[in-house]
Design a protein around this ligand. Structure first.
Ligand SMILES: Nc1ncnc2c1ncn2[C@@H]1O[C@H](COP(=O)(O)OP(=O)(O)OP(=O)(O)O)[C@@H](O)[C@H]1O
Length: 317
């Protein structure tokens, strides 16, 4: 697959104006994205996701390294590179709140070079796709956060670029709207073959939409893997154990020190184990503590657990 985005060892340092302190936000980040690929850019708060996205879309200039979009350098050939990109940064803030849905679309269509002949058809198509028909004349200010977010994504689709960058597209949305936005993104990705980078904390978005994930922690890439391989890598090692009696705090602490227990719920605990033999070790400890096991079941691991584990391992190494 041809790579349309190449991020080559980018490094970004922020300098605080007053104290002159420097802070390395991103350090030697490299990854590539193939044409039509959807990747999830993940990481805990402050990991460097937004800095990476802003560097890709030319809003920040890296201190070292480079980004190329379709072979164009994002600094030296900025305008040429940016022609390929649309971005939704910080959600609905890129909209005019005192204009209606339709007026926003018309304004941004003109702004992004959609020809006068095409504007009407393009607006109608996006209003239908994003199910904004009954809000067409509503001021953005009066829309719900979910509607505003849908409009922000629709605006990003106006220019019909090959690459779409989405920073936290489902942030602050209720479950239902989050599903709807996910479905719309899936539709756009499948039907239009766009290359999409989604920066998010929402693991369901990654599991549902992305083929691959680049995980950043403390400014560096810790994983660049297909989502399905990450899931199967950890699959067999997740267990749910139901106990017949509660553990004392001390026993619980002892177990937590030895095993990556990610969930306690009264008599049930969920644990991810590196090797099958660790389950016997854990059973042994429970037996020594005279805590009988009611049931023990391998569980289907979800992407959230995979992510947490990778970040914890990264922090520990
Ligand atoms: N303009 C700035 N000046 C100084 N430090 C900054 C600036 N912007 C970001 N940082 C710092 O750089 C680090 C990376 O920030 P960034 O916004 O890229 O992280 P993020 O992964 O997007 O975080 P979040 O998920 O919380 O949005 C953070 O520690 C942040 O405080």
């Amino acid at each position: 697959m041809e790579s349309i985005i190449k991020v080559n060892g980018i490094h970004k340092v922020y300098k605080k104006r007053k104290s002159k302190e420097v802070f390395t936000a991103v350090c030697d980040v490299s990854f590539e994205v193939g044409e039509g690929e959807i990747i999830g850019l993940l990481g805990p708060n402050g990991a460097g996701k937004t800095t990476t996205i802003k560097t890709i879309c030319g809003l920040l200039v890296p201190d070292q390294g480079s980004v190329t979009i379709n072979g164009c350098d994002s600094v030296r050939e900025r305008n040429k590179a940016l022609r390929h990109i649309s971005a939704v940064l910080e959600g609905n803030r890129n909209l005019y709140w005192r204009l209606s849905v339709q007026e926003n679309l018309a304004y941004f269509a003109g702004n992004r070079g959609v020809s006068k002949r095409e504007i009407r058809a393009k607006m109608d198509e996006l209003i239908a796709t994003f199910r904004l028909g009954d809000k067409k004349y509503e001021l953005v200010n009066n829309l719900s956060r979910g509607m505003q977010q849908k409009l922000a994504i629709a605006v990003a689709m106006l220019a019909d670029t090959d690459v779409v960058l989405l920073d936290e597209p489902t942030l602050g949305l209720d479950v239902e709207t989050s599903y709807e936005v996910r479905d719309l993104l899936k539709q756009i990705a499948c039907e239009q073959g766009k290359t999409i980078i989604i920066s998010t904390h929402d693991m369901a978005v990654v599991q549902d939409l992305c083929e691959r994930t680049v995980i950043i922690n403390q400014g560096s890439v810790i994983t660049d893997e297909r989502v399905d391989s990450l899931l199967s890598l950890f699959k067999t090692s997740a267990y749910q154990i139901a106990l017949k009696k509660m553990l004392t705090d001390k026993q619980q602490e002892l177990l937590e020190r030895q095993f990556p227990i990610h969930h306690w719920d009264g008599l049930t605990l969920e644990v991810n184990l590196d090797q099958e033999r660790d389950i016997y070790k854990l059973m042994d400890i429970l037996k020594q503590n005279e805590t009988p096991i009611e049931t023990i079941n391998p569980t289907e691991i979800n992407f959230e657990q995979v992510f947490r584990r990778l970040v914890q391992e990264g922090a520990a190494s």
